[in-house]
Design a protein around this ligand. Structure first.
Ligand code: FEO
Length: 399
């Protein structure tokens, strides 16, 4: 069912309450998501902005037909052509072949690469406009690597100013409500940060540049309409400010300790280190996560807003645990800046894990502050006291 946003803009997307994983299994979406598509009726032109994920293509087209005769759609704007937004385009264009598809040059290449169709592509770049009649238009702003090379935003100068931002400012957050002021803020904002950390995090310099470029245009802005989650209607500037903050080596006063453990020795070390940090830095938030049990993307979100990261693994087969290996590969991909870290772990004989993890942390761009701490076999009182002392020393290095 289409939902009215303004007199001439309707949401025609799909809310996906079932979605629990995205990008294959790379990203957890525990609150579901939505694929937002928008129908914009100008004085002389009607434009569809984006479509939905492929499994919902027929449903999308059928519901769109209830909202508008498809031949009344004058143009389709594809802001980004990952399949969660372009997945219903082929089904739609079977009904209205020849309809112009506005996209960036990279967008055309991606659509051709995905669907192998010679559609009526209209390539656009920053500053190009689509005249909607009545003095209103859509202006396109290329936003490469936010988060794909084809991404662009579209600014509508009607309705007080509407920015269609595709993945930018989005959240994997399913809701029957359309607007940010209609949902509980904490869960939705958590999803906005998780989205930023896990999807846009590697592209922070581009985020900063693009947001500043758009702010410098001094455009009126009533609504930000992303392609996932709720629309920013009340204080849309808040998410813009958050993006500027998150994109600048963001950190809070938090240490995140991530570990894996076989027979609890490394867990006991993690807990003792945490006690040490807390005793030396009472204002510090300290959180512990077992990488093999906790959601990896929630852990990454915690790391994203931490100032320091401690990683622990027992030595297993001259290496470290599977869960920690996977997590550190993801940490490396996020290109985090200005974070400190170190490694720790228990061992029985060879004991290489902490040294290997220190090297991985350094490779991931983490400032490794010391060589970490190891414990032979099960930590006794003396070993736990050493871990607590290590935690205190680690906290002191963050001061
Ligand atoms: Fe929501 Fe990058 O697709």
């Amino acid at each position: 069912m289409a939902k009215k946003i303004t007199d001439n803009i309707s949401w025609v997307g799909k809310t996906d309450w079932e979605l629990k994983m995205f990008h294959g299994n790379e990203l957890s979406t525990r609150r579901g998501s939505s694929y937002n598509a928008y129908l914009l009726r100008g004085a002389s032109k009607t434009v569809l902005i984006d479509t939905v994920w492929g499994p919902y293509d027929q449903e999308f087209v059928a519901r769109l037909k209830q909202e508008i005769a498809l031949d009344k759609i004058d143009a389709i704007v594809m802001q980004h052509n990952e399949t969660d937004h372009s997945g219903a385009l082929a089904e739609l264009l079977r009904e209205i072949p020849g309809t112009p598809v506005y996209c960036t040059a990279k967008g055309e290449a991606i659509l051709r690469g995905h669907y192998h169709q010679d559609w009526n592509y209209i390539k656009v770049k920053t500053g190009d406009t689509l005249d909607l009649g009545g003095g209103e238009s859509l202006t396109f702003v290329e936003a490469p690597m936010l988060h794909w090379p084809d991404t662009m935003f579209s600014y509508y100068n009607g309705c007080g100013g509407v920015l269609f931002s595709n993945d930018g400012f989005g959240q994997h957050y399913a809701s029957e409500s359309l607007f940010n002021d209609e949902v509980p803020e904490s869960g939705m904002m958590y999803e906005a940060e998780k989205y930023f950390a896990n999807i846009l995090g590697p592209f922070c310099p581009m985020v900063t540049r693009k947001v500043k470029e758009i702010l410098a245009m001094n455009l009126p802005l009533k609504l930000i309409c992303p392609s996932h989650g709720v629309i920013w209607r009340t204080n849309p500037e808040k998410i813009v400010e958050k993006y500027l903050l998150w994109a600048e080596a963001y950190s809070e006063n938090q240490v995140t300790i991530v570990y894996d453990t076989m027979w609890n020795s490394t867990r006991l070390m993690a807990e003792a280190i945490a006690r040490g940090i807390c005793s030396a830095a009472p204002g510090m938030t300290v959180k512990l996560f077992n990488a093999a049990k906790e959601d990896k993307n929630d852990i990454l979100t915690e790391i994203f807003h931490s100032r320091a990261l401690l990683v622990g693994s027992p030595t297993i087969n001259n290496g470290y645990s599977y869960a920690i290996a996977g997590l550190l590969e993801m940490v490396k991909g996020l290109k985090l800046k200005k974070k400190s870290g170190a490694a720790f772990g228990s061992y029985g004989w060879s004991g290489e894990a902490s040294k290997q993890l220190s090297a991985l942390l350094a490779e991931a761009g983490i400032n490794v502050v010391d060589e970490g701490i190891r414990t032979l076999w099960v930590p006794d009182e003396t070993a736990l006291a050493a871990c607590e002392e290590y935690g205190r020393a680690f906290a002191a290095k963050l001061a």
